[in-house]
Design a binder for this molecule. Structure first.
Ligand code: SF4
Length: 339
C-alpha cells in the first residue's frame, strides 16, 4: 500500500483559547504566529505539491498546530476554500485538521459538511480531569467522549492524540487514558511524550522544580504498553514521539524524553521482548541462535546501535546471534532456531 502524501499547513496557536502548559507551537513548528492569507495558503500548498513523488497514496492537506474549529468562521472558510480549490482540480484528495474536543458540536459539523474533509483529529491528551486541569487544557474527559460520540455519527476518519508524562500523570494514569481512548474507538491515535519546550509555561515549572519530566527509558516503556493496548483493540498508532521538524531540535527542548527515533525505540523494545520470550524456551546451554524476522522488523530487531543484539547476547550468554530477514515471518512475530 502506498504511503499517503500529507501537505502540512501549520497554524501555530491559531484558534487556541489560551496556552496549554506544555505548548509552544512556534518552537515546535518553527513557524511564526501570523495567520496566513489566501495567497500564502495557495503558495504553501502548491510548493508542497511539487514534492509529491511517485508511488504515493492519497494526498491530503492537513491543518495542524492550533485549534482549527476554534478559529473564526471566516478563517475556517478561508482555509477550507483554499484547500478545496486543490481538491476540485483533482490535485488533492481531501482535507484533514486537528482541533480541541470542546469545539466539536452539531452546529459546526453541519457548517463544515459541504467541504471535502476526510479526517478530524482531536487533541485529548489525557482522560483524567485532574491532569487536564493541571495542564491548563480547559476541557474535560467528558468533552472528549462527547466529541467522539458526535464524530462517530459522521463519515470522517477520526484520530485522537494523547500525551504521556503530563503534570500529575502516572504510569497507571497513562494506561487508564489509553483504555478510555480505546473505548472511544478512533481510527488511529498519536502518542506524544511531554517535553519541556523553551518558552512554554511548563519550562517555568521545570526550572522551579515543580515538574519532573519522564526519563527516556520510562517514556519508551510507557509508550510500549500504550502501543500494545491500542493494537490489541485494532487501533492504528500512526505516530509515537514528536514530529522532528526543522524547528524542533535539542535547542527548543529544555528537558524531557526527546528522541527523534522514539517510535523506532518502542518497536525495538517490543521485538526484543518477543525474542527474549522465544529464546528463553531454548535449552540453557545454547551458544548460537538464528532469529528470523519480517524485513520490516530487521532494524527494529537490531535496535539502535545493535542494542537489542548486545543485550540478548548478554542475557542468554550467547556467543553469536544470526539475524535474518524473512518475509514468511509475520510482522508480529520472531522465529527462533538453533544454528
Ligand atoms: S496544545 Fe493545542 S490547544 Fe493547547 S495551546 Fe497548543 S495548539 Fe493550542
Amino acid at each position: 500500500m502506498f504511503r499517503p502524501f500529507i501537505i502540512p499547513v501549520f497554524l501555530p496557536h491559531s484558534g487556541c483559547p489560551h496556552r496549554c502548559i506544555f505548548c509552544n507551537q512556534t518552537a515546535i513548528t518553527g513557524y511564526t504566529e501570523k495567520f496566513p492569507g489566501r495567497h500564502d495558503l495557495l503558495k504553501t500548498i502548491s510548493r508542497f505539491l511539487q514534492h509529491k513523488g511517485k508511488n504515493r497514496g492519497k494526498t491530503e492537506i492537513s491543518f495542524y498546530g492550533g485549534n482549527f474549529l476554534g478559529l473564526s468562521w471566516q478563517q475556517i472558510q478561508l482555509c477550507l476554500d483554499a484547500a478545496t480549490s486543490f481538491v476540485e482540480k483533482n490535485k488533492v484528495d481531501g482535507i484533514r485538521f486537528s482541533t480541541r474536543p470542546e469545539t466539536i458540536c452539531p452546529q459546526i459539523l453541519r457548517r463544515i459538511a459541504a467541504y471535502p474533509i476526510t479526517t478530524i483529529e482531536i487533541g485529548v491528551q489525557s482522560m483524567i480531569d485532574s491532569v487536564l486541569e493541571l495542564s491548563n487544557r480547559g476541557h474535560s474527559a467528558a468533552d472528549a467522549r462527547q466529541a467522539m460520540a458526535l464524530l462517530k455519527k459522521t463519515e470522517y476518519q477520526t484520530g485522537i492524540q494523547m500525551m504521556v508524562g503530563l503534570p500529575g500523570d502516572t504510569r497507571h494514569g497513562s494506561l487508564f487514558t489509553a483504555m478510555e481512548i480505546a473505548a472511544l474507538a478512533p481510527d488511529f491515535v498519536r502518542i506524544y511524550p511531554t517535553l519541556v519546550i523553551k518558552g512554554s509555561p511548563l519550562a517555568q515549572w521545570y526550572q522551579t522544580g515543580r515538574y519532573h519530566p519522564l526519563t527516556l527509558e520510562d517514556c519508551v516503556s510507557r509508550v510500549k504498553r500504550l502501543y500494545q493496548i491500542f493494537t490489541a483493540f485494532h487501533i492504528t498508532v500512526i505516530r509515537m514521539g514528536l514530529q522532528a521538524t526543522e524547528g524542533l531540535s535539542s535547542e527548543s527542548v529544555l528537558a524531557g524524553p526527546y528522541h527523534p527515533a522514539l517510535g523506532h525505540m518502542v518497536l525495538s523494545e517490543i521485538m526484543k521482548d518477543l525474542a527474549v520470550k522465544k529464546i528463553s524456551y531454548l535449552a540453557p546451554d545454547v551458544s548460537e541462535v538464528v532469529l528470523r524476522v519480517h524485513p520490516k522488523n530487521y532494524s527494529r530487531m537490531q535496535g539502535l546501535n545493535r542494542k537489542n543484539i548486545s543485550e540478548l547476547k548478554e542475557t542468554f550468554r550467547l556467543s553469536r546471534i544470526h539475524l535474518l530477514a524473512d518475509d514468511a515471518i509475520p510482522v508480529s512475530d520472531v522465529a527462533v532456531a538453533l544454528l
